[in-house]
Design a protein around this ligand. Sequence first.
Ligand code: ATP
Length: 274
Amino acid sequence: MSTATQSETSAGETGAQQDVVIDAKIDELHYGKFKAVRDVHIPFTRNSITAFIGPSGCGKSSALRCLNRMNDLVRGFRLSGHVHFRGTDIYDPKVDPVAVRRHIGMVFQQPNPFAMSIYNNVAFGLRLNGFRGNMGEHVERALRHAALWDEVKDKLRASGLSLSGGQQQRLCIARAVATEPEVLLMDEPCSALDPIATLKIEELMRHLKESYTIAIVTHNLQQAKRVADKTGFLYVDTSEGGRTGYLVEYGHTDQLFTDPREEFTKQYIHGDVG
Ligand SMILES: Nc1ncnc2c1ncn2[C@@H]1O[C@H](COP(=O)(O)OP(=O)(O)OP(=O)(O)O)[C@@H](O)[C@H]1O
């Protein structure tokens, strides 16, 4: 990322603006000719959890994947708008997407540990980044951060694939935080987990937000209520004959669930539309 641009921006920012780690303004997101998302403008504030909710196909994952250029890998993807990370547009041609993903890590729906030891799963990204410090300490710290250390400290050489689903997801979180990103994107991180493992990940998220800025996609409204400070509700616009997701409402989670401004939000959270 361009440090010159960042420091210039910081100098001119007010306190509130400095709290915005990512300012995402998705005017239009296309896959080929298909306009999948429009008009999503969300600021992601430091040390907070922001949830995307909405029915299937409204573009939650597409919007999330814009935040660290994961959609770049999709053929036909086009974005108009911007994603400012600490004041720099991550879509600026001068910005290296690999560097972006070092600062903005991602945890996926299906736990996807590598077929290697627990230790190496965590050390992998550090080695890739040319890390020269005390690897053992760093691996331990990441595993502690992911609330997994106590369960695996005696079997670090066992395969990551030998862990339970919930443990595998926490291993993936350890892998994501090992390289010390600033932001964590989580795309339905609990959808493959049982209720107990889900609650454990939610507890972990509340803990992680002390160190990271988190954005999460969830189908589970109760989960958004439990963990998110801010929530964006997306819905699908079919008025032009297509199916384009857009942001209906964004605000504090409590307000959005108890006193939504928009009728669509009210209907969705009461289960009247899906
Ligand atoms: N790689 C892709 N190529 C083409 N179209 C895509 C691609 N990924 C998603 N889409 C389309 O974009 C729209 C939004 O999909 P997206 O997965 O972002 O929605 P979502 O709200 O996350 O859905 P779900 O809750 O079902 O996961 C859908 O119509 C989907 O078919």
